[in-house]
Design a binder for this molecule. Structure first.
Ligand code: NI
Length: 153
């Protein structure tokens, strides 16, 4: 399992680099490690800067599937926004309410190097926006209202 970088850390604040070759052995080796780390840590999403790599890869666990998004770009956003609670593996035990677009469309390269386009709403749209923010050095605590600390028992 990979180590999770915890806030504050400069790598979480950098704009991550685009992946030039999604099929390179480094990327192909990293993807299953990121998925494993996300699942072991009980996360629903993980971005590469959170495991110390400033590159544009995110993994998302949605409806029993693991989505891999390389160089994701949100190409459409709904005007309608909604508030909901968020947390983050890099900001342990902290939760807050974040306003996000209700629906989005994202373009990305999948783990086999194919270009994909996906529309999502609700939780999926929220997770994608949260993870893409990580690639731009943005954390949910920058946007959240009513931040609160909830300690694990
Ligand atoms: Ni996060």
């Amino acid at each position: 399992m990979l180590n999770i970088v915890v806030n504050p850390n400069q790598i979480l604040r950098k704009k991550a680099e685009k992946i030039k070759d999604p099929l390179s052995s480094d990327v192909q080796k990293l993807i299953p490690e990121m998925i494993e780390t996300m699942l072991v840590k009980d996360g629903i999403g993980l971005a590469a800067p959170q495991i110390g790599k400033s590159i544009r890869i995110v993994v998302i666990h949605h409806k029993d599937r693991d989505l891999v998004m390389i160089n994701p770009k949100i190409v459409r956003k709904s005007l309608i926004k909604e508030w909901d609670e968020e947390g983050c593996l890099s900001v342990p035990e902290v939760f807050g309410d974040v306003k996000r677009c209700k629906k989005i469309t994202v373009k990305y390269i999948d783990e086999s190097g194919k270009e994909q386009i996906l529309s999502g709403e609700g939780l999926l749209a929220r997770v994608i926006q949260h993870e893409v923010d990580h690639l731009d050095g943005v954390l949910f605590i920058d946007k959240a209202k009513n931040l609160r600390r909830i300690e694990n028992e």
